[in-house]
Design a protein around this ligand. Sequence first.
Ligand code: NZQ
Ligand code: ZN
Length: 393
Amino acid sequence: MQYDFNFSSPTKIYFGKTALNNLKGELDKYGKNILLIYGGGSIKKIGLYDKIIKILKEANKEVYELSGVTPNPQYKKMMEGVQIARKTPIDLILAVGGGSVIDLAKGVAASIYCFDEDPYQKYWLEKKPLDNKVVPIGAILTMAGTGSEANGGSVMSNDDLKLKVGRVFPEEVYPKFAILNPEYTYSVPQYQMRAGSFDIMSHLMEQYFSDFDDNVSDYLNEALMKCVINSLKKANINPTDYEARSNLMWSATLALNHNLVNLSKTEDWEVHAIEHQISAFTDCTHGMGLAAISVPYYKLIYKDGLAKFKRFALNVWGIEDKGSDQEIALKGLDALKEFIRDEIGVLSIKDLGVTGTQMISDIADSVELGGGYKILTRDDVYQVLLDSYKLNY
Ligand code: NZQ
Ligand code: ZN
């Protein structure tokens, strides 16, 4: 563990089939006014909305609602929530949905009392430290993927600026509690389930592919990656396989709570940086954008992190320890590609609305450059996108 770190995981998690029974006890800790935030209606279809409203009424809460949060949530929508909460002081924000709803709820929570500047400019673009009061959040998760239920991440799109920008808020913005019932995820469309699962996988890889030391975080990470691979295969066959869905849900939380597999690591996150701009231009599903560029990206950088890519092949994909390090590393990346092809189903950004080299060039111009084993240039980003577009990897 070569770099010093602090450990604290502040979200109280209630996990399992009876998790919702704990909502009442949590609500008792907060005042009367609740802002309920949710998406396009899936929580009504699965009957969750009615259950939550009943619990809120029984707890004598006054409920204000912000609905219609879209995937790749928009700053404009977030500011609608801020306006509601500026009219009536809100005691708790209850976010019910996937990462988009929870991310937007965090944005509302952090921005209600931000009067000095435009919150997007301050907190997402300039990433200034949080210096105003924050309204507490609780989360009820309906889809596994982002880890937003127990982290400080908030990714906010801004159509006017053609930007999708994430930031990690400090502990005050983490959900105070999160209710995780894997059965809620049974109704997630297969495309979204696959995308969410690749998002988990990508979070793990972004943190794994950095540094060369022997580190607890990487051993935990390998176990989580194997769990995601096996569980997605099972959930693809049987979407109501509780074991598989619960494994995916808990892996997602552990994969990105900024308190586990990243500890004592420098991390990468360039796949996410590129994907966010693909989403900004196409509104594609986050996990699918990641799936379409991961192999071209790793093929571009693997020689700079050869020992780690070899370890990935051996320990995650079970590749035989035979041949040169380079050959073994490439076999690992081939196994990743096969997994994406067979279990995720999207290998090219062409399938996600990228229209050609002009758009690729525009996306490449807008990506924040960084990386793990290799710091990318703008032309590297262009190449990754082109390779994905042409399936040339
Ligand atoms: O809007 P509704 O009707 O609820 O439908 C949603 C949405 O269309 C649907 N869905 C969710 N639960 C469902 C369901 N449909 C049926 N049954 C259910 N139980 O799924 C669709 C996608 O939902 P969304 O919340 O967008 O998915 P996800 O959880 O993958 O979140 C993606 C967003 O999170 C950001 C992404 O960039 C993207 O904007 N991320 C957030 C991170 C964080 N906070 O740390 C990190 C990630 O890397 C990621 O960037
Ligand atoms: Zn992600």
